[in-house]
Design a protein around this ligand. Structure first.
Ligand code: SF4
Ligand code: SF4
Length: 462
């Protein structure tokens, strides 16, 4: 295996057994215990000054209230969760900003789950809409059976009007199109894991002959968590992920999987999230036991598997999966000499305006994409700053949050406008939606750029 050009990240964000002493915050929600740390809050308000919603909405009380303050009230007396928890977008910037390791996002997710469970009418428009949005995979599975028809119907103004007026899904946004062939259909058609094993073996053999017998290892195996969006809407990103990893000699496995749960956490649908997480942990734990590492192409998916699962659930294997999950570029930077591999690459791409997703920042991954693409001749990417895109998954799709979402995104739009580029670049599919919506730019994923640099044209056809 080649030298890494990046430091191995720590698992500081994953609670270890020795430091986990559950405190039951909400007695009625038996599995929603919080780690010690709530009392670590010393009211510095750093979280509040980093909250993009609080910055544009004076009525939002901010993360300090949503987290430790509400928790203290809750512990002292039988206080209901404040409805303002629904204004939190789950961007998790407060979690990253807190200097005292207060588990803010865990508190918010827990509080949101309890609020929805106890105070939201299950027949209300809000609940039905949020359930539909947070179970996007179910809708996508049905819609992608007849993608052209679904795309046509979802693009009609009457459909947008009905979604807006009946469900409260904003008609300001264009519904993302379904691909005519899902990633998993392509994967099966291509020969599945057997074909990947063969391609990886050939790439390793070529690499070994180039490096005069140097053992590149046959234990290069990754299990790909693609998530719903890459499967149904952007299979080109998932294909790029497979081809890039195979070019490095990795055998890729694509097991059955459910949504990572990110939209469910953000909408307080913790029962749905628990079912999805259980399925994913059971599946990927077995693969980790067999020697696979877990790779994600979406930074919110890797965030869910490595941080939110262990914060909220304790299925057998949750910590094992968390400790062996990586974002795709992060993994390559750890295990491969990307600078060396990219040194001879020369591709022609438009210049990019690059946005770091908040969930990438939260995993300590900010900066890595700019460093990687800077090593490719012919590629220029301009950082558009550290602001939040504002969409936060399903948040910016809701009528009541659309204006807030766009107000938060304004700084990023302006920086994109002033960057010397007219194509966007980001790892997060919903940040990509917001970037496109706010600027009209086409948006690409860093893995597509790596594919252009590292994968032969003949292999891209397969
Ligand atoms: S940043 Fe942390 S310590 Fe400071 S107010 Fe927020 S929760 Fe408390
Ligand atoms: S998760 Fe984001 S929106 Fe929610 S309180 Fe924290 S910083 Fe604010």
């Amino acid at each position: 295996m080649s030298d890494s050009d990046a430091d191995r990240p720590t698992d500081d964000h994953v609670p270890g057994d020795d430091e986990f002493e559950p405190i039951q915050v909400f007695p009625e929600a038996e599995e929603m215990d919080l780690r010690p740390g709530a009392d670590n809050c010393y009211k510095c308000s750093t979280c509040d000054t980093n909250c993009p919603v609080a910055e544009v909405d004076d009525e939002f009380p901010g993360p300090k209230f949503q987290g430790p303050e509400q928790w203290r009230l809750k512990r002292g007396e039988d206080t209901d969760i404040d409805p303002s928890i629904e204004k939190c977008s789950n961007c998790m910037r407060c979690d990253h900003a807190c200097p005292s390791e207060v588990p803010l996002s865990q508190m918010h997710n827990t509080a949101r789950g309890e609020y929805v469970e106890e105070h939201v009418d299950k027949l209300s428009r809000e609940y039905v809409r949020n359930r539909i949005l947070s179970n996007y995979g179910t809708m996508a599975r049905i819609g992608s059976k007849v993608p052209r028809l679904t795309n046509f119907v979802m693009g009609l103004s009457v459909t947008k009007w009905v979604n807006d007026r009946v469900l409260g899904i904003t008609s300001e946004r264009e519904f993302p199109e379904f691909a005519t062939e899902t990633f998993r259909e392509w994967w099966d058609e291509r020969g599945g894991g057997q074909a990947s094993r063969e391609r990886a073996r050939k790439a390793r053999a070529a690499s070994e002959s180039e490096s005069e017998g140097e053992d590149e290892g046959e234990d290069k195996r990754v299990a790909y968590f693609h998530g719903d969006y890459a499967n149904y809407n952007t299979p080109e990103v998932a294909k790029a992920m497979v081809r890039v990893f195979e070019a490095f000699g990795y055998e890729v496995c694509v097991p059955d999987q459910r949504c990572s749960g990110t939209p469910m956490f953000a909408n307080g649908m913790l029962d749905d999230a628990r079912r999805a997480a259980k399925f994913n942990v059971d599946t990927f734990r077995e693969l980790v036991d067999d020697g696979y590492d877990v790779i994600c192409s979406c930074t919110s998916c890797s965030m869910a598997l490595r941080q939110e699962y262990p914060e909220l659930f304790d299925f057998e294997g949750t910590e094992t999966v968390a400790a062996n999950t990586y974002e795709a570029l992060e993994y390559l930077r750890i295990h491969e000499d990307l600078d060396r591999e990219l040194a001879d690459s020369d591709v022609e791409t438009p210049d990019f305006a690059y946005h770091t997703p908040c969930h990438a920042r939260n995993q300590g991954l900010d900066g890595q994409t700019l460093e990687v693409v800077a090593a490719i001749d012919g590629v220029a990417a301009h950082d558009v700053g550290d602001s939040c895109s504002g969409i936060s998954g399903t948040y910016g799709w809701k009528n009541e949050h659309y204006e807030t979402s766009m107000a938060i995104g304004e700084e990023m739009f302006q920086h994109m406008d002033s960057a010397d580029a007219e194509t966007g670049l980001t790892e997060c599919p919903t940040c990509a939606m917001q970037m496109e919506h706010g600027t009209g730019y086409e948006i690409r994923h860093p893995l597509e750029v790596l594919e252009a640099a590292l994968v032969a044209d003949s292999d891209v056809q397969q």
